[in-house]
Design a protein around this ligand. Structure first.
Ligand code: NAD
Ligand code: LMR
Length: 329
């Protein structure tokens, strides 16, 4: 029996991440090698032509799993029947733009997209926000989709998670697969907290295996937290292929489950766990079973970690209050 294609909507499809992401979705890496997909590409009117060019290339790959491509500049059309929504397109910060201006400009994007998801999404919709500021953009969209269960709105910290795995593996001379239970806490920003006190390297607490608090504080944490800026500085453009890779990892694990004895980082609406105010979209360690994620419970948080988590959560509270003051939520 042939399976019904899964509707995957990608916003900002003509951008850099879109270009690195769409071919991987169409080849089966987002959902599985036996799952057909129908792509819906949402762009602003000026970029529709470029998205059409990418769609021509997708056609030219003759992907057996790709059952069709629709391109639109209308959010309602893009999200009608959507099962997986990847919200990548966002308003980048430009010269002279204040933080409030950036939040307001993104509110103008994520509010109507939340409303369109509310109006037309499939019952099983899963939303991943990649466009920055990702956590708060996800909050805006979620608040405008009251009929969709709040937990279906997530934001991406998997790139930070993968960056942390890679930095730790290099430091210890181990392979990525030797490391389990990495966690990014908080915001996808420079305040995020990559946690080595619960991560394990071949069964040993990572912070103990490293045994170098100075490296942990002055090298590891800032390298991971500021990696996005370092890439912009080096490439002259923000991370694209690694961001697309992380989006693939995030959705694949959300749909197909996490490995036994391991967890991943996802920014999800807080249920109050670990003192994070309810409703804030903050990064936590999560496991996934039967397509549903759960925040890992019962971890002991020492004073050092507490301070770092609280600082990042405080930034999320500030962002939430700012968008509230702007009337965006
Ligand atoms: P880009 O500028 O190359 O592409 C963005 C695309 O979004 C453009 O084609 C633009 O036309 C489109 N767009 C803008 N407004 C839109 C709207 N209302 N509807 C649909 N499309 C719209 O940017 P990029 O490099 O692809 O990055 C996209 C976003 O992802 C940025 O906000 C970036 O900061 C963010 N990002 C997040 C992470 C993460 O880890 N969460 C990592 C890297 C980048
Ligand atoms: C990243 O982490 O690479 C990006 O979020 C950086 C950015 O500002 O786009």
């Amino acid at each position: 029996m042939t399976r019904t294609p899964v509707n995957v909507t990608v916003t900002g499809a003509a951008g850099q991440i879109g270009y690195a992401l769409l071919f991987r979705i169409a080849s089966g890496q987002l959902l599985g090698a036996d799952v057909p997909v129908r792509l819906r590409l949402l762009e602003i009117p000026q970029a529709v032509k470029a998205a059409e060019g990418t769609a021509m290339e997708l056609d030219d790959c003759a992907f057996p799993l790709l059952s069709g491509i629709d391109i639109t500049d209308d959010a309602k059309t893009a999200f009608d029947g959507v099962n997986v929504a990847l919200l990548v397109g966002a308003r980048p910060r430009t010269k002279g733009m204040e933080r409030g201006d950036l939040l307001e400009a993104n509110g103008g994007i994520f509010k109507p997209q939340g409303e369109a998801i509310n109006a037309g999404a499939a019952d099983d919709v899963r939303v991943l926000v990649v466009g920055n500021p990702a956590n708060t953009n996800a909050l805006i969209a979620q608040r405008h989709a009251p009929d969709v269960p709040a937990e279906r709105f997530t934001a991406m910290t998997r790139l930070d998670h993968n960056r942390a795995l890679s930095q730790l593996a290099k430091k210890l001379g181990v392979s990525i697969t030797d490391i389990k239970k990495m966690t990014i806490w908080g915001n996808h920003s420079a305040t995020q907290y990559p946690d080595l006190f619960h991560a394990e390297v071949n069964g040993r607490v990572a912070a103990e295996a490293v045994d170098d608090q100075a490296w942990l504080e002055n090298d590891f944490i800032p390298t991971v937290a500021k990696r996005g800026a370092a890439i912009i500085e080096a490439r002259g453009a923000s991370s694209a292929a690694s961001a697309a890779n992380a989006a693939i990892d995030h959705v694949y694990d959300w749909v197909n489950g996490t490995a036994e004895g391991d967890w991943v980082s996802m920014a999800v609406p807080s249920d109050g766990s670990y003192g994070v105010p309810e409703g804030l979209i903050s990064s936590f360690p999560v496991t996934v079973e039967d397509g549903k994620y759960s925040i890992v419970q019962g971890l002991e948080i020492d004073e050092f970690s507490r301070g770092r988590i609280d600082a990042s959560v405080a930034e999320l509270v500030e962002e939430r209050d700012a968008v509230q003051a702007l009337g965006l939520i």
